[in-house]
Write a protein that binds this ligand. Structure first.
Ligand SMILES: Cc1cc2nc3c(=O)[nH]c(=O)nc-3n(C[C@H](O)[C@H](O)[C@H](O)COP(=O)(O)OP(=O)(O)OC[C@H]3O[C@@H](n4cnc5c(N)ncnc54)[C@H](O)[C@@H]3O)c2cc1C
Length: 436
């Protein structure tokens, strides 16, 4: 399992997965594979939000940028995710204050809010068809969690001056989310949702227009650090003054220091058939995105054409289950039994990167080699920011990048080789706990 190649394990080279997103977005390109001897200021490995945002910002700052993607742009998690834009890090501010103290916790909060503003701004400018919709509901599946959620919303109001979040009592939750499963929670109008693949394509088009040389079907097979760094694909050698690794969950073992700290994990989404207006409104009355309090999180929202896009389901291996639709339909019907007759039109999976401490892993692997990944399920906004921070660090403004890089990311015990079995154990334990 440890040696499994995640770029090809569950997907065909060069093809997008059979997602509702891929069915409703027009890719830019195709872009030519990298060939021959290439020289540039900055080479970027990976064509998701991290790589594309870094490419766009670095090109805008005047760097000559080459981006190489093993498959198609937006092929990875960036083209497959739940589209939920979360204010805040994956860990809440209470946990961050305990872990890092008030000052750094505050700085991480500010960065997270910057990431949301950046994402909404870029989507508006470069991907208006990604249809950003404001509103994010956190729904508690246990009554005993509700007082804490409400106190947390008040803490953000008072300690952080963040007034876009408010508590939801049981009745209001029930009116907004038409499910008996939830007891209360919060509504955050600073978060929201968008069409993730159209957003990735918008970033790609903007990067191309800014002069970035984009290459698809260009898998990096070997990197020689040095000055310049030499990056090898089957058909090209790229000499670059700087390198950014932006491979997140699809990295494999290509960079062992990162692989030991960022674990790939699969997650799954289904899309129902389009629903009539009354049914859709009965599921999520205000068209917000919803994420619940389970450890194996259920997250869901309505698409622009009124499908229920429902994400969840556990997976203990790196191979996708044979019947993704059945796997995700079960938790969907626990939340929305009224969807029992709704046809499932699309079902797909993707791989994201998580870290031991659930904070992103930013690092300088060499003076001229950076990496940013491990967003632990909050990457729509944080990866967009991660790319920008990496670009700024290369231009000599390392403040934001270093703030994250200074927080050590623990290695998974046993390193890359043992990550998968450990994860399986942890997931079994937490999913049992969810059912208690
Ligand atoms: C099912 C699912 C649901 C999710 N839901 C949400 C959500 O609702 N909200 C949220 O904030 N986050 C969510 N996430 C996480 C989010 O999608 C990721 O954090 C984010 O997209 C990471 O972007 P990235 O650019 O770092 O990585 P990716 O988008 O995964 O891109 C990495 C790219 O690197 C390429 N690559 C890898 N190795 C090589 C190589 N050797 N040579 C060349 N290219 C290579 C891959 O092909 C891939 O395209 C979800 C993820 C998944 C899978």
């Amino acid at each position: 399992m440890a040696g499994l190649d995640l770029i090809t394990a569950n997907d065909r080279p060069g093809e997008y997965p059979p997602s509702w997103y891929a069915a409703t977005a027009t890719p830019p390109g195709p872009f030519p594979a990298a060939e021959g001897d290439i020289a540039c200021d900055l080479a970027i490995i990976g064509g998701g939000y991290t790589g594309l945002s870094a490419a766009l910002h670095a090109a805008q700052a005047g760097l000559d940028v080459v981006l190489v993607e093993a498959s198609r742009l937006g092929f990875g998690a960036s083209g497959r995710n739940g589209g939920q834009v979360h204010p805040g890090q994956r860990l809440d501010q209470e946990a961050l204050e305990k872990m890092l103290g008030q000052g750094r916790a505050r700085a991480l909060w500010d960065l997270a809010l910057d990431s949301v503003d950046l994402t909404i701004g870029l989507a508006r400018e470069h991907a208006p068809d990604a249809n950003y919709v404001p509103g994010l509901i956190e729904a508690d599946h246990r009554a005993r969690f509700v007082p804490h959620s409400h106190a947390y919303a008040r803490k953000l109001n008072q300690d952080y001056g963040y007034d876009l979040i408010r508590p939801l009592e049981r009745e209001e939750m029930r009116a907004l989310v038409g499910s008996p499963a939830y007891h209360g929670g919060t509504l955050d109008m600073g978060g929201g949702h968008l069409h993730p693949l159209r957003y990735a394509f918008g970033l790609a088009r903007a990067a191309g227009a800014a002069g970035v040389r984009l290459h698809e079907m260009s898998r990096v097979t070997r990197v020689e650090n040095g000055d310049p760094v030499r990056i090898h694909t089957d058909r090209a050698t790229i000499r670059a003054r700087h390198l950014l690794w932006a491979c997140n969950g699809y990295l494999g073992h290509a960079e062992p220091n990162v692989a030991a700290r960022v674990m790939p994990i699969n997650n799954f989404i289904i899309a129902t058939e389009p629903l009539d207006e009354a049914t859709a409104k009965g599921l999520i009355a205000n068209n917000a995105a919803v994420a619940d309090s389970k450890f194996v999180i259920n997250y869901f929202r309505l698409s622009g054409d009124r499908r229920m896009l429902f994400g969840g389901g556990e997976s203990y291996g790196y191979r996708f289950p044979r019947d993704i639709a059945a796997k995700v339909r079960a938790p969907m019907l626990e939340i929305y039994p009224q969807l029992k007759d709704a046809r499932i039109d699309y079902a797909w999976g993707g791989t994201l990167g998580i870290t031991m401490n659930r904070l992103p892993h930013f690092a300088r692997l060499a003076p001229n080699v950076l990496t940013a990944s491990g967003y632990s399920g909050h990457g729509v906004a944080l990866a967009t920011l991660g790319g920008k921070l990496a670009a700024q660090a290369l231009a000599g403004q390392a403040g934001g990048f270093d703030l994250l890089a200074e927080i050590p990311t623990p290695r998974f015990p046993g390193g890359a080789a043992l990550r998968a079995p450990l994860l399986a154990l942890a997931m079994v334990w937490y999913s049992l706990r969810d059912r208690l």
